[in-house]
Design a protein around this ligand. Structure first.
Ligand SMILES: [Zn+2]
Length: 212
């Protein structure tokens, strides 16, 4: 069983499945149970088309049966869980990009790619990705674990965090470890080798396109 992400359906699928996103929870059904919810194609799973249904706030077509992604893990296959994660993120992006962040005009969905575009100033908004690092700090045969404030129950993990603009992945590891547990790891490199994150703004995507 494998999930293939996509932007638009190719047609010919024998089956459709609808991942309803209720808040940040998911509920999968063979038909769209939300009359008011907007839909987004998210890909194919074993010949079935998968659609995200962005359920409006306050509605719950699952009658309480929707579960968060933590709880869905283990109940679904890995492919189904990955698809559900994609559905939640696309629904959240759709909800939070209805209006232009620069001028406040109502955005319009782009027909040829997954993006929202402002008809007034041309600003494009793509689904947001947040690069992250995860690392295990070791000393001999010891490993450093920490307890996150958001963890459920007495659980410890290795350290992780989000990459900030202009950082390489190695920079992010050093900063996160220092911030979270006060330990200095690795040597600082002044050259952006290997895993350098983008160090300039995404100029092309942010530019208005008045000709279109
Ligand atoms: Zn605008």
């Amino acid at each position: 069983m494998s999930f293939t992400p996509g932007f638009r359906p190719h047609g010919g699928a024998a089956e459709r499945r609808y991942i309803h996103v209720v808040g940040a929870k998911v509920f999968v059904a063979a038909r769209n149970e939300s009359a008011e919810g907007s839909t987004h194609f998210i890909g194919n799973l074993d010949g079935a088309e998968l659609w995200c249904v962005d359920v409006p706030a306050g509605d719950d077509p699952s009658d309480g049966a929707a579960v968060d992604l933590y709880s869905y893990f283990g109940r679904a296959s890995e492919a189904e869980w990955i698809a559900a994660g994609r559905a939640v993120q696309i629904a959240e992006w759709s909800r939070t990009h209805r209006f232009c962040g620069r001028c406040g005009t109502a955005n319009e969905a782009q027909p040829h790619e997954r993006a929202m575009r402002c008809p007034a100033c041309g600003l494009l908004a793509y689904p947001r990705l947040a690069p992250a690092v995860i690392t295990l700090v070791t000393r001999g045969d010891e490993a450093l674990l920490a307890q996150g404030v958001q963890f459920r129950g007495p659980m410890y993990s290795c350290l992780a965090g989000f990459v900030e603009p202009g950082e390489s992945l190695e920079d992010a590891v050093r900063r996160e470890v220092a911030e979270e547990v006060g330990v200095i790891v690795g040597a600082r490199s002044s050259t952006p080798t290997g895993s350098a994150a983008p160090r300039c703004p995404p100029c092309r995507r942010a530019s208005p396109s008045p000709a279109s």
